[in-house]
Design a protein around this ligand. Structure first.
Ligand code: SF4
Length: 250
């Protein structure tokens, strides 16, 4: 096993064969990995990038960003990955960039957060903001260059998401923000992507009692281009809120 780990950290994939090997091996690791490691450096590209960003910004968090919220949520929100000046700076998912401004104001509006202000006066994660019956995580826990994780990195991090999903109480609603999060949830649950197509505001009843909702990611790009409006985002949360107040819905 250690030999495999050494090999995976030293090879430089240059083609599909190596890439396939990496993905296949990381699939193996994923199935045997459970507990979130706050010092994880399994993805060499991301670990190096975090080192670079930390050197340029010593006060930034620059480590795998842990989930935030209650331990037994009724709603689990899954995003893509930490943003450079958001979660990667503050150490809290969706905290410090535009996506978090919209997400937390929406969570507050629908009663899932004690405050709609993700930052305090000093620009740090607001200690007065606590989630209610809600938890937020990312499909990839480390900042990726250009906000674009590679497939192998999404796969490598999937074991952490798998353990988070397995810990959920039965009947929990999962909201995937964007297609990468959607596919990561399905992968973590051992389900086929082709059986559950991503679409904004889609609702998927999954085996095991989990309900998966989809939304376009609340990124600045998506909102500036009007792919996702605040009203569209609120409508998804209104539906989820209604579902959670009616536990017998199917
Ligand atoms: S993205 Fe996930 S698996 Fe990769 S180094 Fe970060 S925490 Fe580890």
């Amino acid at each position: 096993m250690l030999g495999f780990l050494f090999l995976i950290n030293t090879i430089q994939p240059e083609g599909l064969v190596f890439q396939g090997f990496v993905v296949g091996f990381q699939d193996f690791v994923t199935k045997h990995m459970t507990t979130f490691d706050p010092n994880c450096r399994r993805c060499p590209r991301l670990a190096s990038f975090l080192d670079e960003v930390k050197a340029a910004n010593p006060d930034y968090f620059c480590r795998p960003v842990p989930p935030f919220g209650v331990n037994e949520p009724r709603l689990l929100i899954v995003g893509l990955a930490p943003g450079l000046n958001g979660a990667n700076r503050t150490g809290r998912p969706f905290t410090g960039d535009y996506a978090g401004t919209l997400l937390y104001s929406t969570l507050h509006r629908f009663g899932f957060a004690t405050s709609g202000e993700p930052l305090d006066a000093a620009g740090r994660a607001n200690p007065a903001l606590q989630l209610t019956a809600c938890r937020i995580t990312n499909a990839v826990k480390c900042l990726p260059p250009g906000n674009k994780p590679e497939t192998a990195e999404v796969v490598a991090c999937n074991g952490y998401l798998k353990s988070e999903l397995e810990a959920l109480p039965r009947g929990t609603v999962v909201l995937a923000l964007g297609n990468v999060a959607h596919q990561s949830v399905l992968r973590a649950l051992g389900l086929k992507v082709k059986d559950y197509a991503f679409a904004h505001a889609a609702r998927h009843r999954l085996p095991g009692g989990t309900t998966l909702y989809d939304s376009y990611h609340c990124s600045r790009y998506n909102t500036q281009t009007r792919r996702l409006t605040e009203a569209m985002f609120h409508a998804v949360f209104a539906t989820i809120k209604e579902e959670l107040s009616c536990p017998t819905s199917t």
